[in-house]
Structures are given as C-alpha cells and as structure tokens.
Design a protein around this ligand. Structure first.
Ligand code: ASP
Length: 327
C-alpha cells in the first residue's frame, strides 16, 4: 500500500516537472517571436497636406500603434491588438472610418468593417451600418458570438444591441467637411480607410479593416473592406493583409488573400507577393495600397498613390510612421 502511494507521488512529481519543462520551452519560443503591428490610415494623393494635418494623421497612427504594440508586448492576442488599434482610428474624425466616415450620394453614412483570426480562420464582418460607434468591435462580435461571417444593416445593428456593442445616434458621425465634400465635389473621394495587422507572441496573425467606404457611393454599395479575401485576410504561417483603395478592384482581384496565395503556391516572399498585387492594381487602373505582415514579423506596405499613412512597430525593428514614399 505504502509502495503504491510512493509510486503515485513520484509519478505526480515527474508529471509536474515535465509540465514545467514544456512551459519553459514554450515561453522561451514565444520570446523569440518578432511580434509587431502594422497600421494604415488610407492611401491617396495627400495633396497640399499642411504640416499641421500631416502631424494629425501621424499622431493618430502613433496612438493606435502604441496601443496595439503594448497589447502584444504584454502577451495579448493579435486579435485584441488589431481591434483596439482600429477602434482608436475609428474615433478620430480625420480618418474615413467610424466618426470620420464619408457620405453616400444620398447624404447618409454607411460603414463597413471586417476582422480575421489567422489562428483558426474565423472571421467576422459588418456592412452598411450607420449607428455603430466602432464597427470593428461589431465585426469581432460577429466572429466570436454568431454562427455567421457577415451581417448587414438593421440585422447587424440589432445584433450589436444584443451584445452590448455601443450604438450612437447617426448625428455622432455628422461632419460638415464630409458633407461639403459630397455636395460640392461629387467626384472626390476622401481616402482614409483604416486597417491593422498584427503578429503576437504566440505566432498568431490577425487582420482588421474599417471604412466609411467611398464618398458619393450609391446607398447600399459595399466595398472590399468587409469582404474577406478582398480587403482583409489573415492566415497563420503565411501572412496578414489589410487594404485601402478602390474597393471594386480589390474585390475582383481578391487582393488581400492573393498575397498569401502567392506565398503559399508560388513560394514568393512577403515583399514580392505584396508588390505583385499592387502592380496588378496599378495595371488595371486602381489606386490603392496594402499593408502586409508575415509569420516572421516581416512587414511590407506598397502603394501606388502619392501617399499612404502607415506605421510599423515590431520588437526587432522598432517604430516608424510615414506618409509618402520617400519619407
Ligand atoms: N477600400 C475602401 C472602399 O472601397 C475605400 C478606401 O480604402 O479608400 O470602400
């Protein structure tokens, strides 16, 4: 009897040591990961940008970048990091997402957003919502709390209420500037869609994108941002991508997923794959850009417009924020 007890205790201790060993190895591995986050605040001409406005764009990206990086540094997931980073940008009136969303031709505001978890391929998206303070939070709730991938309009807004996602009166999104833009410059498009992609200490990738769409769009028009594979994609072991630009082209070319597919099937590097999809956008006459990140923490942000507000922050490379190509 005593021998059996001794045997059991010794087995128990062995199991404890084994678990301790496994844990140490795992945490050592995660310390090696070049975790980090990349953010964009839209591709466009950024013509005649005053130094004050340039600073405002960079400050917005900086705030989101720091928040996302801190989450990753303290062991948070890439999904948390991209959700919080995009939420911050949605609260700035400067960017074309959340509070800064542009108007449709009928002077309404309809927002789109999506998020994807590279760990398990789960995704959530919302389109044509007008009362959600942070559409990216609702997209995440669709991913985590519903059996669906994409909810639109009223159904999405009801789902928000059931899940304690903050709703606001549409007047919250009112912007004299955006209204003037759609009234006077019917052809003009305010660029400034926002997106974030991240790699966490566990090696998991995630991507998120949020937008007010294109200024003067037809009511009911949905762009690439909430379409998985077009404006947003994340696949562990390969890449995470968020796009900005003329959404119709991103949808037809499945731009975001195409980066990962080129890596998977053609063994292209992240940079070559990212450049190739932007080249295709250029050849077909589309303006835009993407941010891309691979599972080793390599980052790339090609675009074919004069500028793309963007920031990168990784454990190995530190932080950079740029607007123009030659910055
Ligand atoms: N891609 C967005 C859309 O087409 C707009 C943008 O990024 O500027 O809705």
């Amino acid at each position: 009897m005593e021998r059996t007890l001794k045997k059991k205790i010794s087995l128990y201790l062995k199991a404890c040591f084994f678990l301790l060993f496994i844990n140490t190895v795992a945490s050592e591995e995660s310390e090696d990961i070049n975790f980090g986050i990349v953010i964009h605040g839209g591709a466009g001409s950024y013509e005649n940008l005053s130094p004050k406005k340039e600073k405002a764009y960079k400050d917005g990206v900086n705030e989101a970048l720091i928040k996302g990086y801190e989450i990753l540094k303290s062991g948070g997931t890439s999904v948390e990091a991209v959700t919080e980073a995009v939420s911050i940008l949605e609260d700035f009136s400067l960017f074309n997402a959340g509070k800064g969303s542009v108007y449709t031709s009928k002077e309404t505001q309809e927002m789109d957003a999506s998020i994807m978890n590279g760990l398990n391929g789960m995704a959530g998206a919302v389109a044509s919502v007008s009362t959600i303070k942070n559409p990216i939070r609702l997209a995440r709730a669709v991913m985590e709390k519903s059996p669906h991938v994409l909810l639109v309009g009223e159904g999405a807004e009801n789902f928000a209420k059931q899940n304690n996602i903050k709703t606001v009166d549409p007047s919250y999104f009112y912007s004299e500037k955006n209204l003037q833009r759609v009234r006077e410059l019917k052809k003009d498009n305010k660029l400034g869609t926002v997106g974030a992609i991240a790699l966490d200490k566990q090696g998991n990738l995630a991507a998120a994108t949020s937008t007010g769409g294109r200024s003067n769009k037809m009511p009911g028009r949905v762009g690439d941002s909430p379409i998985l594979g077009a404006g947003t994609w994340a696949e562990n072991g390969l890449c995470a991508v968020s796009g900005t630009g003329h959404g119709e082209y991103f949808m037809r070319q499945l731009t975001a997923a195409e980066v990962c597919n080129k890596m998977k099937y053609l063994q292209m590097s992240l940079e070559d794959a990212a450049n190739a999809v932007v080249e295709r956008l250029s050849k077909t006459g589309a303006a835009g850009g993407i941010i891309a990140l691979d599972s080793k923490g390599k980052m790339s942000a090609p675009f074919n417009t004069a500028g793309m507000v963007r920031g990168m922050y990784s454990r190995e490379e530190g932080k950079t924020i740029k607007i123009y190509k030659e910055d």
